[in-house]
Design a protein around this ligand. Structure first.
Ligand code: NAP
Length: 461
């Protein structure tokens, strides 16, 4: 049986199954992408922009249908799925509108003659993406790179094949020449063979640490430029001057978003000891009143996790934490029905010797720590191998910014969970990966910033 299939996590029923591609099919796709690059690299920015605007328009037109598909394939709430499709359209428009400006020649100051950087595409890129945002994940790698003149081969997560297939069709409908954007149906275990292929010139992966490490080692072996967007264990520091009601509301909403399966979900809440009980009591009340259920029902707050394995893994992490001495404040149980449902959960008393202290928990589980002051909060925030995002929540935003500067992550938001916008860079440091997506930075990852120097034969250099 193929591993590439849609299994609806709200029912655990197989909805649609796809064959893995054969070596011959993969070879044809890579050849077409390589051939397409030779022409696409020479197309004008205006033509590339038109393609991306067309993709954006189709996404907007079909947002209800595509949002629903997210629910069916990985359990996302319908309203979140629709929002994700709208965000994806905004990212396509952003690069269509600004790409030519970002990639214009960049002059360099030099005392002799003139010098400038010319940004040139490098070839076929392999984009490996996870299931948690089926359309947005594809978009943030495809939009800048196609605008830059590269061609893209997508390997999506095996549990969201319909989203992968539809995106290829959307590109074709939008007018993409054959080979500019293509979907590959291969399992993760076969990705290294694709990375090794000489036609692949750059490789990006968003996913877990083990997948990232294996992918980057293959990219290194074959000297391919790579970027990695990996897991995170974002901190949410509640400053002494914070409005506790607003802090609890923001943190709990952030943790329930996408059933907690967001790399930048606020996974570790750090609160001053004097208000910890109040914070926990309020968070408990919100979690206990969260409606767990059908992702298509507008009344649902907490959707199922993405698969049976996903919910089993999170339940094991919670059970292990409790066994090791953590306190279960609420939740910690699966729902008595079929589907990958679990209760919103709060843990306290997690200490350094427990697995929950250092592991990423990819589900609706809030771990609350209490500390004596801001210095201890910062020390705890940085005591992790992850370095993706984070939040500092407080009334005095200057003080919050000072604390933000001391946190070792790629992104820190003040008074908001780590968010997403086309114009803001997204990416991490430490074991959360390297490279940036979105914003101007996202378009420079896979271009050759070529120096062109105009001088005279008798110049010193
Ligand atoms: P995963 O197992 O690593 O899968 C992600 C993608 O990598 C899938 O397409 C998967 O294919 C593929 N893959 C798996 N093993 C591979 C290997 N050895 N070599 C190459 N590709 C491989 O990740 P996940 O558990 O589904 O996703 C959740 C993780 O992604 C979390 O840690 C989350 O924090 C992280 N994430 C990070 C960001 C970010 O921007 N930093 C965003 C979203 C998610 P198959 O499906 O075929 O196995």
């Amino acid at each position: 049986m193929s591993s590439i299939k849609t299994v609806n996590p709200a029912t655990n029923k197989v909805e649609k199954e796809y064959e893995e591609m054969t070596g011959q099919q993969i070879d044809t796709i890579l050849s077409n992408a390589d051939k397409a690059f030779k022409t696409w690299r020479k197309t004008s920015f205006a033509v590339r922009a038109e393609l991306l605007h067309n993709v954006a328009a189709i996404l907007r037109k079909r947002k209800e249908e595509l949002g629903k598909l997210c629910s069916v394939e990985m359990g996302k709430l319908l309203r979140e799925g629709i929002g994700e499709v709208e965000l994806s359209a905004d990212i396509f428009d952003y690069y269509a509108t600004n790409g030519a400006k970002f990639l214009a020649d960049s002059p360099l100051d030099t005392p002799n003659g003139k010098a400038f950087l010319s940004y040139e595409p490098i070839g076929v890129l392999l984009s490996v993406q996870p299931w948690n945002f089926p359309f947005y994940q594809i978009t943030r790698s495809a939009a800048p790179n196609i605008m830059a003149g590269n061609t893209v081969v997508l390997k999506h997560a095996s549990n969201v094949p319909q989203a992968a297939e539809i995106m290829e069709k959307i590109f074709a409908e939008a007018g993409a020449p054959k080979g500019v954007y293509t979907n590959l149906f291969v399992p993760g275990s076969k990705v290294s063979e694709v990375v090794a292929d000489p036609r692949i010139k750059g490789a990006s992966l968003t996913g877990s640490e083990p997948a990232g490490a294996s992918f980057a080692s293959m990219a290194g072996k074959y000297l391919k430029k790579s970027t990695l967007e990996l897991g995170g264990s974002d901190v949410f520091i509640v400053m002494p001057d914070a409005d506790i009601d607003k802090a609890v509301k923001t943190a709990t909403a952030g943790r329930l978003w996408n059933a907690g399966q967001v790399c930048v979900s606020p996974k570790r809440i750090i609160v001053q000891a004097s208000v910890a009980d109040k914070f926990i009591e309020k968070a408990k009340s919100i979690f206990e009143s969260a409606v767990v259920g059908d992702p298509l029902d507008p009344k649902t707050d907490l959707a199922p996790l993405s698969s049976e394995k996903a919910v089993e893994d999170v339940m094991k992490q919670v059970e292990k934490a409790v066994k090791q001495g953590a306190r279960l404040i609420t939740g910690g149980k699966r729902l008595n029905r079929s589907g990958a449902f679990m209760e919103a959960t709060i843990l306290t008393g997690v200490t350094k010797d427990m697995s929950a202290y250092s592991e990423e928990i990819f589900g609706p589980v809030l771990v609350v720590y209490s500390v004596k002051d801001v210095d201890e909060a910062v020390e705890l925030a940085n005591d992790t191998t992850f370095g993706l995002g984070g939040t500092v929540f407080g009334t005095d935003t200057d003080k919050a910014v000072e604390v933000a500067r001391r946190i070792d992550t790629g992104m820190v938001y003040i008074n908001h969970v780590t968010g997403i916008a086309p114009e803001l860079p997204f990416g991490g440091t430490k074991n959360s990966g390297y490279g940036r997506e979105q914003s101007p930075a996202g378009i420079y990852e896979f271009v050759n910033a070529k120096l062109i120097r105009v001088t005279t034969p008798d110049a010193a250099y």
